[in-house]
Design a binder for this molecule. Structure first.
Ligand code: SME
Length: 169
């Protein structure tokens, strides 16, 4: 399951290919979530939350189970902490962190990477791992790069005509 430099390089190239192909923001984000989930074995559940009216609203996700946390106020949980500070949160042992909002019994560690656009947090990448302390400096660097690349696709209302995520046809 070990991720090597090639894992991150390959995944980053795949994300760049998706962005170069272009398309609707929601399709692009869905494909990016799929790449992260499918290429990195230690990423058990991958989701993107988007900031909407002071809350984090769940956008595309991939993993074995849906989460009940589809709307998280900024400031709550590990997700809310990362959005409030604009800094990446890495939690090696979720059960030892009092901020943790439990989603899946199998989760052992978590990383939350804010997505900023023109200095404002517009969303975040949230990844749960079933492996304790799964996230290294390589994951930080890789995911922060991905967050920068996809930031313009995370502006809610930008191509949805103002409809909440997933309701626009
Ligand atoms: N664990 C997160 C909530 C989101 S789920 O992991 C999908 C938190 O503590 O904010």
């Amino acid at each position: 399951m070990t991720a090597t430099p090639d894992t991150y390089r390959g995944a980053l190239e795949a994300v760049e290919r998706i962005l170069n192909r272009g398309g609707d923001a929601d399709d692009v984000l869905r494909q990016v979530v799929e790449v992260l989930h499918d290429r990195c074995d230690h990423y058990s559940w991958v989701g993107i939350y988007l900031v909407e009216d002071g809350d984090l609203v769940l956008g595309p996700w991939k993993g074995p189970q849906a989460t009940e946390h589809v709307r998280i106020p900024i400031g709550q949980g590990i997700c809310g902490a990362a959005a409030a500070t604009g800094r990446t949160e890495v939690v090696d042992d979720v059960n030892a962190d009092p901020r943790y909002l439990a989603c899946f019994p199998s989760t052992r560690s978590e990383i939350v990477v804010p997505i900023a656009y023109e200095g404002r947090v517009v969303g975040e990448i949230d990844i749960d791992s079933d492996v304790p302390a799964a996230f290294t400096h390589d994951d930080n660097a890789f995911l922060e790069r991905v967050a920068t690349l996809i930031s313009a696709h995370c502006l809610v209302g930008w191509d949805t005509g103002g409809f909440p995520w997933g309701t626009a046809e």
